[in-house]
Write a protein that binds this ligand. Structure first.
Ligand code: NAD
Ligand code: UDP
Length: 314
């Protein structure tokens, strides 16, 4: 059975990946320093015989005894409020963390998968965004710490592939939502659901005409899983094609929760991308992957989770 290490395994996506890998028979080593992911996310796995946990900051040398077949690098603050309050840590985990995770993979003779992001496209001038598009990123803007860290991480991954022959995969993940998101992580979905359930104003930034395409976590995890087990080295977009304006998204959540909340406009954050929708042709052709859970279903599942957290006042 494969032995697999995942950095950032206590995070939102990382913990779902741990679940999926353990279910598939992998021996999973989860490495996390709980910077932005809570211990609760992996509490249910702690006693599982195929799961072990190492509390460690991956910007420092990662020392793991024994063989490794796969290393998945998911450690990084990921929501705008997290990476804006943690700019240096974000740059370090994208640069030094990626370097350490790649060095570990090389020494073990395993395969490396990088969690990259649609943010490498910045505020895109092409729509939808295909993998061939190089992006429109402001390196010195506030969001630059995240975008450029991921762009560096992709370049480092390709360098290890080309110069050291390490088998590598790069997944460019688009907005994903679902249970285990932190309610205070500032992202649109948990924020709007929390506000709607509490009857507080829904904070739409700018006009709300900017768009995103939201994928349910199970679909994203399936795409990552297929990429891991493929032989595809080029970056692959994984995300939903179902694009919606943030204003309509806010209205949808108000309707779903039958909330009396009003929409309140707040200033648009600097460099907030105007549109985002993945071109997923490559994922379809090379991995046979596409999303299968529509927004109505995904939102309903997530609402159950958010409702229980709001009830616990978390
Ligand atoms: P998250 O914040 O829930 O998870 C990140 C995890 O990494 C946390 O558990 C955190 O404690 C850990 N971490 C951060 N720095 C670390 C360090 N130096 N050492 C060890 N652990 C560290 O975020 P997420 O939404 O699960 O995102 C996971 C990955 O997926 C990130 O790399 C992110 O860039 C990428 N991604 C996520 C999305 C999304 O929609 N959720 C979209 C694009 C890309
Ligand atoms: N957004 C908003 N109100 C909020 C949080 C986010 O209007 O309380 C907007 C944000 O400006 C962006 C979109 O919703 O245009 C998605 O934001 P999120 O942080 O979820 O993801 P990202 O900007 O990284 O795509």
């Amino acid at each position: 059975m494969p032995r697999t290490l995942i950095t950032g395994g206590a995070g939102f996506l990382g913990s779902h990946l741990c679940d999926r890998l353990v279910a598939d028979g992998h021996d999973v080593i989860c490495v996390d320093n709980f910077l932005t992911g809570p211990p609760d996310n992996i509490a249910h796995l702690r006693s599982h015989p195929k799961f072990s946990f190492m509390e460690h900051d991956v910007t420092s040398y990662i020392d793991v005894p024994g063989p490794l077949d796969f290393v998945l690098h998911f450690a990084s603050p990921a929501s705008p409020i997290d990476y804006l309050r943690l700019p240096i840590q974000t740059l370090k985990v994208g640069a030094l963390g990626t370097h350490n995770a790649l060095g570990l993979t090389k020494s073990k003779g395993g395969c490396f998968l990088l969690a990259s992001t649609s943010e490498v496209y910045g505020d895109p001038s092409q729509h939808p965004q295909g993998e061939h598009y190089w992006g429109n990123v402001n390196p010195v803007g506030l969001r630059g710490v995240y975008d450029e860290a991921k762009r560096f991480a992709e370049a480092m991954t390709m360098a290890y592939h080309r110069y050291h022959g390490v088998p590598t995969r790069i997944v460019r993940i688009f907005n994903t939502y679902g249970p285990r998101m932190r309610l205070d992580d500032g992202r649109a979905l948990p924020t709007f659901m929390r506000q709607a359930l509490r009857g507080e104003p829904i904070t739409v930034y700018g006009t709300g005409r900017q768009t995103r395409s939201f994928a349910y976590v199970d679909d994203t995890i399936e795409g990552i899983f297929r990429l891991l087990h493929s032989n595809v080295t080029q970056p692959i977009n994984i995300g939903s094609r179902d694009e919606i304006s943030i204003m309509d998204f806010a209205r949808e959540i108000i309707a779903l929760t039958r909330s009396s909340s009003e929409i309140e406009h707040h200033p648009l954050p600097e460099d907030d991308p105007k549109n985002r929708q993945p071109d997923t042709r490559l994922a379809r052709e090379l991995l046979g992957w596409e999303t299968s859970i529509g927004r109505a279903e995904g939102l309903a599942r997530t609402l159950d989770y958010v409702r229980s957290k709001v009830a616990q006042d978390l």
